[in-house]
Design a protein around this ligand. Structure first.
Ligand SMILES: Cc1cc2nc3c(=O)[nH]c(=O)nc-3n(C[C@H](O)[C@H](O)[C@H](O)COP(=O)(O)O)c2cc1C
Length: 72
């Protein structure tokens, strides 16, 4: 059976795990890359003000084959 590991990783942890999993399972690897790269500020999870202007965030996307669409 053919297997694929599709992953997104911003600082390398998920990538390292995906590579280990690929080695262990013989799966192909595919890295999902953001169209616009995340900045250091985007990834600063200690910044409590990053979403401070919002009380509620609505996230919209269609369902394609039961999951959120990702372009492979
Ligand atoms: C903006 C941001 C938000 C995060 N939120 C969470 C969280 O809610 N819970 C959690 O366990 N880890 C959270 N993390 C930590 C990441 O999930 C963790 O560092 C992960 O291993 C990063 O994977 P990567 O190196 O493949 O990008 C967050 C990291 C970032 C940058």
């Amino acid at each position: 059976m053919k297997k694929l590991i599709a992953y997104f990783s911003s600082s390398g942890n998920t990538k390292a795990m995906a590579e280990k999993l690929a080695k262990a399972t013989g799966a192909d690897l595919f890295e999902i890359k953001p169209q616009t790269p995340y900045t250091r500020a985007d990834l600063d999870w200690t910044n409590k003000n990053s979403l401070a202007d919002y009380d509620t965030i609505f996230l919209g996307f269609p369902i394609w084959w039961y999951v959120a669409p990702i372009k492979l």
